[in-house]
Design a protein around this ligand. Structure first.
Ligand SMILES: NC(=O)c1ccc[n+]([C@@H]2O[C@H](COP(=O)([O-])OP(=O)(O)OC[C@H]3O[C@@H](n4cnc5c(N)ncnc54)[C@H](OP(=O)(O)O)[C@@H]3O)[C@@H](O)[C@H]2O)c1
Length: 326
């Protein structure tokens, strides 16, 4: 691929703005076009980022031949359909988390990408930031010894959102698990792999999705205690403990620039300068993959996305959370 990689954004909500602000900081790519279900929203977005091309229809973005890759920033219930349409039009795709509502959808999306030999990646942005790369380096070189325990949570008070919102409506894939519980699960899956056993328990809202949920993952010789919630605020730190030391991720851990490594009582602190808010690193990973003709990332593979959605399916089964798409 020669020249700047041309990005399009589909769905212009809150996350699309954060993503666009980071994308325009990166050298070898260009935000070329955007699409919304509302032409007015597309026009306002285009004016804000100085874009010439905006569409009031997703189809126009799929059919725009100048676009190499589409960032899908629509609501959870639409990821499946939008990803498949984009791939069928030959576009590489970066899709917001959760990639899919359930395992069946995820398998269909992965299959579509593989059959068409098109790049697909879930936007688990934490995985690509320099903080997380440092954590993996420490763990891989044995800085904290054999891993024994992870604690990670993700909560905020979303109780003032109405029951039809993306937070609480089951038809929109609502509930804290798919929205923010996915981050603690991602941490555990990335660092410890697939658990042998899961025990989960949830407090459900009147719409039947989880307002708060606790998860205990057990491995051969380690455990992860994970939690997410829409019912209260908290400072959101995470801890990874090994037999020889610990890694502490500062608040809010999924986007932190600050790490603390403790080894035999000695404390080492590390702070990173982020490019933008941190969405830049997943964008750079996609650019690198496209330039190197990859159809998936090795840092966050399609199998890992599938494993993640399988864990969420299992947790939902245990806690009685059902979606119309199931
Ligand atoms: N990675 C992260 O840090 C992060 C953070 C938040 C959310 N997310 C994920 O990103 C996805 C979208 O979340 P979001 O927070 O951006 O949701 P949102 O702000 O509610 O926007 C969702 C969709 O609603 C439409 N929309 C935007 N403003 C609207 C309005 N005023 N009236 C009616 N529709 C409107 C947009 O599509 P159209 O413009 O096409 O209508 C947009 O794609 C979700 O899958 C979520 O899980 C990721």
């Amino acid at each position: 691929m020669s020249g700047a990689i041309k990005w399009g954004i589909l769905g212009l909500g809150k996350i699309a703005h954060k993503f666009a602000s980071d994308l325009i900081l990166i050298q070898d790519c260009e935000l070329k076009a955007i699409a919304s279900s509302s032409e007015d929203r597309a026009k306002i977005f285009a004016n804000k980022y100085g874009l010439e091309t905006f569409y009031g229809s997703y189809n126009d973005l799929y059919e725009d031949e100048s676009i190499d890759v589409i960032y899908i920033a629509s609501l959870n219930q639409n990821h499946h359909g939008h990803v498949i349409q984009a791939i069928k039009h030959g576009k590489a795709v970066l899709c917001e988390k959760p990639l899919a509502i359930n395992c069946r959808q995820a398998k269909e999306m992965l299959n579509c990408a593989r059959v068409n030999q098109i790049f697909l990646m879930e936007a688990i942005w934490t995985r690509f930031n320099p903080t997380f790369e440092q954590i993996l380096r420490w763990i891989n070189k044995g800085a904290i010894g054999k891993l024994r325990y992870i604690n990670a949570t993700f909560s905020f008070n979303g109780l003032n959102n109405d029951l039809d919102s993306r937070l609480f409506n089951p038809a929109k894939g609502g509930g804290s698990l798919l929205d923010v519980g996915i981050y603690p699960l991602f941490l555990s899956l990335s660092v410890l792999g697939k658990p042998n056993n899961i025990k989960a328990s949830a407090v459900l809202s009147e719409t039947g999705v989880d307002e708060q949920i606790g998860m205990l993952l057990t491995y051969d010789q380690s455990q992860a205690i994970l939690y997410s919630s829409y019912a209260h605020n908290e400072d959101m730190r995470a801890t990874i403990c090994g037999e020889k030391g610990e890694i502490y991720l500062d608040s809010r851990w999924h986007e932190t620039a600050n790490l603390k490594l403790v080894q035999e009582g000695k404390i080492y602190k590390k702070t990173f300068d982020f490019i933008g808010k941190g969405y830049s690193y997943e964008i750079e990973e996609v650019n690198w993959c496209l330039r190197n003709k990859k159809t998936e990332s090795t840092k966050w593979s399609l199998q890992q996305s599938l494993d993640l959605v399988k864990l969420m399916d299992q947790i939902r089964k245990q806690t009685g959370i059902h979606y119309p798409m199931d």
